[in-house]
Design a protein around this ligand. Structure first.
Ligand code: NAG
Ligand code: NAG
Ligand code: NAG
Ligand code: NAG
Ligand code: NAG
Length: 937
C-alpha cells in the first residue's frame, strides 16, 4: 500500500499548473480553429500586398511622374499633374497677381445691389465691365487720395522689364493652388488682366516674359479697376454679402475684388484692414490648403501710403513670388494605411468571440463548477485562464504584426513598434477582461458566439462609416469623440486610424509614421485612447471578477460578498449551540423511530465534535420560493443524517423526491434555506472552498471536455487533488484499469467519442481520483451493461473503505450490493433509514406465494392458503394465477411445501413459487405510503 497521496490541499501553483496543462492540451486539439484564426489576418495582409502592387503599378505610369522628353526630365516637359513630382532646384519667379472676378461675375447695378455708383449691367456683355473694390475709413478724402494712385495706366520699359512689370498691376480669375511652383494663371486659357485706371478701347496685347527657364508669351487684357467709397464697413459688408453667389441664380452674382478700411489712418499713422474673398481658398480634407492672392493687395495699399507720404516717385516694388526648392517626389499611396483601419479592427476584434465562447463553453457544460467541486480555486482559475487567453492573443497579434511587417505593409513598418506594442497589449487585455465580464451574462455558447460576431462586424462598420467621418470632421466636438471612444471598439478603431494616418502621410512624404513624440500632437488621439483603454481595462477586470463571484457557478455569493471579511467569521467547527432545535423537534413524525433515532444521533454528534463522521447533515432544508402564483415548494424538509467514514449511504426515492436538491446543497451548487451540514468538520455554508479539496462528485450528467481523452481528464483532476509524478500516473492507471477504461486504447480516445456507459465510468473514476474523503455519486450506473456495472461496483466497494459515499440510485440491486445503509426519501424527507436487511425485515415481514392452476381450481387454492395462514391477503389473480401475501409469523415454510405436495395430488399445478419480499417491494410500499400521507396532509 502506498503512502496516503493526499498531502493536504493542492497549492495555488499546483492548481495553476494542472489547469494550464489541461488548457494547453485542449488548445492543441483545437488546431483547426487555431489555423482558421491565424489564416484570416494572413489572408488580409496578402490581399493588401496584392492590391498595393496593383496600385503601385498604376502610379508608376508617366502620368504620376515628372514629365520627360528623351533623357531630360523637368517641369518644362510636364503636364500640370506631372509637374508636381518634378524636382525643382530653383523655383520660377512669378509676377504677383491680384484675384479678379471673371467678367461675367463682376459687380454691377442689379436688383440686389442698387448703389448708383456701380457699373451698369450692360457692360458685362461688352466684356468691359470694371472690377470694383470698396474703401472706407474715418477720412474719405484721405482714402480717396491713397486709392487714386493705385491703378495707373500700362507702361512697360523693355530695357528694365522686371521693375516695369512690377510697377504694373496684373490680375487673374484662375483659382490658386496650394503652392507656387507654377502659377496656374500663366498656364490656363483665361487671360491675364492688366488692371488699369482706365482702359483704352481694344486694349488687348501680348507681353513676353522670360522667367527662369520658362518663356511665356502672355495675352494681356485690360481691366478697369476702381474704388468706391462707402460710409462704413458694415455697409461694405452688406453689399458684399448681397453680391455673393447664392444658389444657382447667376444673375444675382456681384463679385467684389476686395475692400480696404483705412480706419483712423492719417499722415502719421497707417492702420488699415484688408478684405479679400477667402472662398477661393477651397479646403479639401486631406489635401494642403490653397494659397490666396492677398500679398499683392497688401503691397498696393502700402505702396500707395508710401507715395502719399514721400511723393509719387517713391516705389516699393513687389517683383515676384517664388516657392521653396524641392526634390523630385513620387506619388505613394499606402493602401494598408487607408483601408487597414477597418480590416485590422476586425482582425483584432476577432479574438473576442474566441475568448468569450471558450469561457461560456466551460460555463454551459458546467465544467467550471465541476473543476471547482474538485478543488480548483477561483484564484488559479482566473489567473491561468487570463494568462492563457493573453498568451493566445499576444501570439496572434505577434504573428499578425510580424507577418504584416515582413510582407512590407507600411501600416506596421512605419509606426514605432513600441507604440504599437503598448497599444495592442493594452487593448488585448481590455478585450479579455470584457470577455470575462460578458461570460458572466451568457449561458449558451451559440448565443454568445452569434452575438459577439455581430458585435465585431457592427463595430467595424460603425467605426468605418460613422465614427471615422466624425474624426475627419474638424468641427465635430472633440468631447463627443472621447465619449464615443469609451466604447472599446471605437477606441480600437481610433488607435488604428491614427496609425493609418501617420503611416499614410509618412509614406507620402517619405518619412516615418507615429513616434512617441507625436503623441503630443494636438490632432493625435492616441494619447487619449491609450488612457481610456488602460482605465477601462482595470475597471472592467474588477467588475468582471465581482460579477463572476456573484453570479458564478458555485454557491453563488451574495452581492456584498466582499464585506464578509469584515464580519465575524464563524468558527470552523460544528460545535454550535442549538437553541432552535427544541422547537423543530415537535414537527418530527413520531411514527418513524429510525429517522428520529438518526436525528438524535446527529444532535449528539454535534455536541461531541468527534471526527469519526465524515458527513453530518443537521436539519437541512431547501424551499424554492413560489412562482407564478404556485405555492412555494419544499424540496427538502429537514434532513438529519450522519455518515461515518467507510460507509456508503444509498439514497432511494421516486423522481422528484428531492434527492438532487439534497446533493446540490451538499456539493455547494445551492445554498440550504436553513440548517447546514458539516463535511469533515467544515460547515458547507461557510467553508465550501475547503470542502471541495477533499470531495469527489460524479454528477448525474457527465461533465466532460469533448476533446480531451479519459486519461487527460484523470490527470487533470488528479493534479487538482495534489497528486504528482509517479503517484499520479499510477493512480490514473489504476483508476482506468479498475473501471475498464484502460484496454483497447479507450483511455486515449476523446471523451466526446465515448459511449454513454464509458462516459459514466469515466465520471466515476474522476470522482474517486485523488482519494477524496467524501464522494457523491448521482446514479453512477445508469446506462451500464451488467459487466461494466459489476466492475463499477467492485471499484465503489473498494473505494468506500476509507471514505464516506452518498449514492443515489434507482436500482435496488445496486443499493443492496453497495450500500451499508439506505434511506428512502419521499416528498422531501426521509421515510426510513437502516441497512437493507433491517428495512426488508421491517417493511417486508411476509412471503409472497404464487400458484398457477386451471381456473376451476382457483377456489381450492385459496382455501388451502387460508388454511396455511388465516390472515393471508390475495394481491393478484388472473386466469388461474394467484398471488398471496403470507405474514411471516403465521406461515411455516415446511407446512407450505407439504400443502403444495398435497394439492398437486388433487389437481394439476402448472407452477408455484414462494418468495421473500425484495427491497423493491419495500421501496414501493414506503413510497406509496408516504405519498398517500402527503396527499392527505
Ligand atoms: C482728412 O485727410 C486730409 C488729407 O490728409 C486732411 O487734409 C484732412 O485734414 C483730414 N480731415 C480730418 C477731419 O482729419
Ligand atoms: C527705362 O529703363 C532704363 C534703365 O533703368 C532707364 O534708363 C530709362 O530711363 C527708362 N525709360 C523710361 C521711359 O522710364
Ligand atoms: C454717406 O454719407 C454722406 C455724407 O454724410 C451722405 O450724403 C450719403 O447719403 C451717405 N450714403 C449712404 C449710402 O448712407
Ligand atoms: C468669392 O468667391 C467665390 C468663388 O469664386 C464666389 O462664388 C463669390 O461670389 C465671391 N464673393 C464675393 C463677395 O465676391
Ligand atoms: C487701428 O484701428 C483699430 C480700429 O479702429 C484700433 O483699435 C487700433 O487701436 C488702431 N491702431 C492704431 C495703431 O492706431
Amino acid at each position: 500500500m502506498m503512502a496516503d497521496p493526499s498531502h493536504g490541499r493542492a497549492s495555488f501553483w499546483t492548481q495553476a499548473n494542472a489547469l494550464s496543462r489541461k488548457n494547453l492540451t485542449f488548445q492543441k486539439r483545437n488546431m483547426r480553429t487555431n489555423i482558421r484564426l491565424i489564416c484570416f489576418p494572413i489572408f488580409l495582409c496578402v490581399l493588401f500586398v496584392a492590391l498595393q502592387i496593383l496600385v503601385d503599378n498604376q502610379l508608376d505610369k508617366p502620368n504620376f511622374r515628372c514629365g520627360c522628353s528623351g533623357n531630360v526630365c523637368g517641369i518644362e516637359y510636364s503636364t500640370l499633374t506631372q509637374a508636381t513630382f518634378c524636382p525643382i532646384l530653383s523655383p520660377p519667379e512669378w509676377p504677383p497677381l491680384l484675384q479678379i472676378p471673371a467678367p461675367e461675375f463682376r459687380a454691377v447695378r442689379s436688383n440686389s445691389l442698387t448703389s448708383t455708383d456701380l457699373p451698369k449691367k450692360a457692360r458685362r456683355k461688352t466684356g468691359s465691365c470694371p472690377a470694383t473694390s470698396f474703401i472706407t475709413g474715418n477720412n474719405q478724402s484721405f482714402a480717396e487720395i491713397l486709392t487714386s494712385n493705385i491703378f495707373t495706366s500700362f507702361a512697360i520699359n523693355s530695357s528694365d522689364l522686371i521693375s516695369s512689370l512690377a510697377s504694373n498691376v496684373f490680375g487673374t480669375a484662375t483659382y490658386p493652388q496650394s503652392n507656387n511652383y507654377i502659377e496656374p494663371a500663366f498656364l490656363s486659357n483665361l487671360p491675364i488682366y492688366s488692371v488699369q485706371r482706365r482702359c483704352i478701347s481694344n486694349s488687348a496685347f501680348s507681353v513676353v516674359i522670360n522667367r527662369s527657364s520658362i518663356k511665356t508669351e502672355l495675352q494681356v487684357q485690360c481691366v478697369q479697376g476702381f474704388y468706391l467709397w462707402r460710409n462704413s464697413s458694415s455697409e461694405m459688408n452688406d453689399e458684399m454679402y448681397r453680391g455673393y453667389m447664392k444658389g444657382n441664380s447667376e444673375l444675382e452674382i456681384n463679385e467684389i475684388v476686395g475692400a480696404y478700411d483705412f480706419l483712423n489712418s492719417d499722415g502719421n499713422n497707417f492702420n488699415a484692414t484688408i478684405w479679400y474673398n477667402a472662398t477661393y481658398k477651397k479646403y479639401t480634407p486631406g489635401l494642403p490648403i490653397e494659397l490666396v492672392r492677398v500679398p499683392r493687395s497688401v503691397n498696393l495699399v502700402s505702396n500707395a501710403y508710401l507715395q502719399f507720404l514721400l511723393g509719387s516717385g517713391t516705389k516699393m516694388l513687389f517683383e515676384f513670388v517664388k516657392e521653396m526648392p524641392k526634390p523630385e517626389t513620387k506619388l505613394r499611396l499606402d493602401l494598408s494605411s487607408v483601408l487597414g483601419t477597418l480590416f485590422f479592427t476586425w482582425v483584432i476584434l476577432q479574438l473576442f468571440p474566441v475568448v468569450l465562447t471558450s469561457l461560456v463553453y466551460e460555463k454551459q457544460q458546467k465544467l467550471r463548477v465541476m473543476m471547482k467541486m474538485h478543488g480548483l480555486g477561483d484564484g488559479p482559475y482566473w489567473m491561468i485562464s487570463y494568462a492563457y487567453f493573453l498568451a493566445i492573443s499576444l501570439l496572434y497579434m505577434f504573428f499578425f504584426v510580424i507577418f504584416g511587417s515582413v510582407i512590407g505593409l507600411k501600416f506596421f513598418t512605419l509606426n514605432d513598434y513600441s507604440i504599437q506594442f503598448v497599444f495592442y497589449f493594452l487593448y488585448i487585455n481590455l478585450q479579455i477582461s470584457l470577455a470575462f465580464l460578458l461570460a458572466a451574462m451568457f449561458s449558451n455558447t451559440k448565443t454568445a458566439s452569434v452575438i459577439s460576431y455581430i458585435c465585431v462586424f457592427a463595430t467595424g462598420l460603425l467605426g468605418g462609416f460613422l465614427f471615422q467621418p466624425f474624426l475627419q470632421d474638424k468641427s465635430f466636438p472633440r468631447g463627443w469623440i472621447i465619449i464615443l471612444e469609451l466604447y472599446p471598439g471605437f477606441s480600437l478603431y481610433r488607435g488604428l486610424y491614427e496609425f493609418g494616418q501617420y503611416s499614410f502621410t509618412g509614406n507620402y512624404m517619405g518619412t516615418h509614421g507615429m513616434q512617441w513624440g507625436d503623441l503630443s500632437d494636438s490632432m493625435n488621439g492616441m494619447r487619449e485612447v491609450l488612457i481610456i483603454i488602460l482605465v477601462e481595462w482595470i475597471v472592467v477586470l474588477l467588475v468582471a471578477y465581482y460579477a463572476d463571484q456573484v453570479a458564478s457557478s458555485g454557491g453563488g455569493k451574495s452581492p456584498l460578498f466582499f464585506l464578509q471579511n469584515f464580519r465575524k467569521k464563524p468558527l470552523p467547527s460544528f460545535k454550535r449551540p442549538s437553541l432552535q432545535r427544541q422547537g423543530s423537534k415537535a414537527f418530527v413524525d413520531m411514527d418513524k423511530p429510525d429517522v428520529c433515532q438518526e436525528r438524535e444521533k446527529v444532535e449528539q454528534l454535534l455536541l461531541e465534535s468527534s471526527t469519526s463522521h465524515s458527513i453530518i447533515c443537521d436539519n437541512l432544508k431547501k424551499v424554492y420560493p413560489g412562482k407564478d402564483g404556485n405555492p412555494e415548494k419544499f424540496a427538502v424538509r429537514g434532513l438529519s443524517l450522519a455518515l461515518p467514514r467507510g460507509e456508503c449511504f444509498g439514497m432511494l426515492g421516486p423522481n422528484g423526491a428531492g434527492k438532487t436538491s439534497f446533493i446540490s446543497m451538499m456539493i455547494g451548487l445551492t445554498k440550504p434555506t436553513s440548517g447546514t451540514a458539516f463535511v469533515q468538520g467544515l460547515d458547507i455554508q461557510t467553508h465550501m472552498d475547503a470542502i471541495y479539496t477533499s470531495m469527489g462528485v460524479c454528477p448525474q450528467h457527465d461533465l466532460l471536455w469533448e476533446t480531451l481523452t479519459g486519461r487527460e481528464h484523470l490527470l487533470f483532476y488528479g493534479r487538482l487533488k495534489n497528486l504528482k509524478g509517479s503517484v499520479l500516473t499510477q493512480a490514473v492507471e489504476e483508476s482506468l484499469k479498475g473501471l475498464n477504461l484502460f484496454y483497447g486504447g479507450v483511455a486515449d480516445k476523446y471523451a466526446g467519442k465515448y459511449s454513454g456507459g464509458m462516459k459514466r465510468r469515466l465520471s466515476v473514476a474522476i470522482s474517486l481520483i485523488g482519494d477524496p474523503k467524501v464522494v457523491y455519486m448521482d446514479e453512477p450506473s445508469t446506462g451500464l451493461d451488467p459487466a461494466s456495472r459489476n466492475n463499477l461496483w467492485n471499484v465503489v466497494k473498494q473505494a468506500k473503505q476509507d471514505r464516506a459515499i452518498i449514492l443515489t440510485t434507482h436500482s435496488m440491486e445496486e443499493a443492496e450490493a453497495l450500500c451499508d445503509r439506505l434511506g428512502i426519501f419521499v416528498g422531501g424527507s426521509l421515510q426510513c433509514i437502516g441497512n437493507p436487511k433491517e428495512l426488508k425485515a421491517r417493511y417486508g415481514g411476509s412471503y409472497i406465494f404464487t400458484m398457477t392452476t386451471s381456473p376451476e381450481h382457483e377456489e381450492e387454492v385459496e382455501n388451502m392458503v387460508h388454511c396455511l395462514s388465516p390472515s393471508a391477503n390475495k394481491i393478484y389473480q388472473i386466469s388461474g394465477t394467484q398471488k398471496f401475501e403470507l405474514p411471516k409469523q403465521e406461515a411455516n415454510i415446511a407446512e407450505v411445501f407439504q400443502a403444495v405436495e398435497k394439492a398437486k395430488s388433487r389437481f394439476t399445478v402448472f407452477a408455484w413459487g414462494l418468495a421473500d419480499t425484495t427491497l423493491e417491494d419495500v421501496f414501493i410500499k414506503v413510497a406509496r405510503g408516504a405519498q398517500a400521507v402527503n396527499i392527505l396532509s
